[in-house]
Ligand binder design. Structure first.
Ligand code: DQA
Length: 141
């Protein structure tokens, strides 16, 4: 199973700033990713603590790899970063938007140093790429 983790405000995709994030809803984004691999366990939360608790569970529930879009937590959550670090499976960070080209605060990811791959700027298609990368890395282990 590949765990797909979505952080704060990603539940609002479709309505949220479509010029930046696209017009697809999160369900539509996930449906596209499932075409790459049907066995996705999708967990979406507005809460940092719930995301961290889900990552802890992933240490023992057979999760083979993680795809994570932490939303704005990307830029400041050392707690989420630490939870990712202690999970010993391949990890792929994905962002719909091209974060390095946006506001200054979005140019830093505190998560990137503890993941294997970062994909930015490919919109919904980035989730497909992320699932493919996660599978590739999990198979290579
Ligand atoms: C995002 C980029 C973040 O800066 C932002 O806070 C989000 C979405 C993206 O997918 O482009 O919530 O992670």
């Amino acid at each position: 199973m590949i765990l797909v983790l979505n952080g704060p405000n990603l539940s609002q995709l479709g309505a949220r700033d479509p010029a930046v994030y696209g017009s697809a809803t999160l369900d539509e984004v996930v449906a596209g990713a499932r075409e790459e691999h049907p066995e996705l366990d999708v967990f979406t939360s507005e809460s940092e603590g719930e995301l961290i608790t889900r990552l802890h569970a992933a240490r023992t529930d057979g999760t083979r790899a993680v795809v994570v879009n932490p939303g704005a937590l990307t830029h400041y959550s050392y707690a989420l970063r630490d939870a990712l670090e202690l999970l010993d499976v391949p990890k792929v960070e994905v962002h719909l938007s091209q974060t390095p080209a946006r506001e200054e605060f979005r140019r830093t990811s505190v998560v990137s140093p503890v993941v294997d791959v970062t994909i930015t700027g490919a919109g919904a298609y980035g989730y497909r790429l992320a699932v493919r990368a996660a599978l590739h890395l999990a198979d290579a282990r």
